[in-house]
Write a protein that binds this ligand. Sequence first.
Ligand code: SR1
Ligand code: MG
Length: 415
Amino acid sequence: MIKSTSYRPLSLEDAIQIARSINVFAADANLQCEEIGDGNLNLVFRVYESGSEQATSDQSPQRIIVKQALPYAKVVGESWPLTLDRARIESEALLFQASLVPQLVPKVFKIDNELALTVMEDLSDHVIMRKGLIEGKQYPLFAEHIAEFMARTLFFSSDLGMNQQEKKRRVEQFTNPELCKITEDLIFDDPYTDSPNNNCDAAIRDELTKLWDDKVLHLEVALLREKFLTQTQALLHGDLHTGSIFITETSTKVIDPEFAYYGPMGFDIGAVIANLLLNAAGQQYWCGDEQTRQDYRRYLLNTVRDIWNRFEAKFRVLWDEHLVDRLAATDGYQDMYIDRLLQDVIGYAGCKMIRRIVGLAHVADIDSIPDPQVKERAQRIALTIGKKLVKINRRVHSIDEVIATCEYGFKGVHV
Ligand code: SR1
Ligand code: MG
């Protein structure tokens, strides 16, 4: 863990000086800087050469990003202190991911653990996927790209794909207690109790109290929480929602792995799926007419199916070709592993849908719906599907059962 002694939050001028210290800009370049961070936790500076604002990316980028961790959670304020060590974790996770899927993460130019910052490739020729989905865009290569990202990073950081003693050292390297605590509270505790962290619209207050009383749901959440707390299965991204993905029709870049830690693989895959389903719920508003809505929801559900199927196929190939564990080659073990993994995926997807409706941090797909009645409808759809996914998780054996459950949920059928 890095204890920083010379840390200070950067000014725009500081960010320009840092940008000059790497070999990207000409020595006499006229550099501009703006702070563009709109996330929950960090400062994000874009530094660019005057006149390069409209340029597209090329081999020698004329724009870079300086991302700096703040010593508190920006979304709440200085009353919520937060470790700067998350910047080290994020940069080391980015380097690990780059060693396996360099085409799917931003290039890193510089790391400074004292200042808790990472200097990286600017991706402003991409859009944040959440924004693209709200606008009804389709991304034909996304399922393939994200399945590749997850299959390779999860397999090769697990006991299946790497030296098992080295893996234990990696677990230590990526121990991330404060960021995990945020997840443990916001996802696996607050929604199920009368917590001051909850943020629930008055219109669906009845849903919140139902969540507090639902003991069948609590049991499943407790089991999923237990795995999150105890299972060092693989190095996770840890916050793999559609706001952590930059995208175009042909390119996908996964950013922001500051929540990275060794945990259950299903947590990452579930996060991606939950955020597609949350968007599908939000399409109650964003799609103007019923036919467009049905078509777009069909696209999103097909993407969910595709992600799982591609992930499974890739993971099985990696297992067959790169397994390091002799006993894991036992007949039947791979099938059981994949079966249990799908169950985790569905459980975590459900938990992540619920927390984005009643917990502290919401998603724009639903929260920015301006019509209160349509927003309420979208929230109730998301909660219905989220709760159902949590409740069925240990009985699921195929992604098609899950898609059918979601289809019923979007039709308003009590699932
Ligand atoms: C206090 S941080 C709130 C949320 O933002 C991050 O993106 C994580 O999802 C976290 O739970
Ligand atoms: Mg983030």
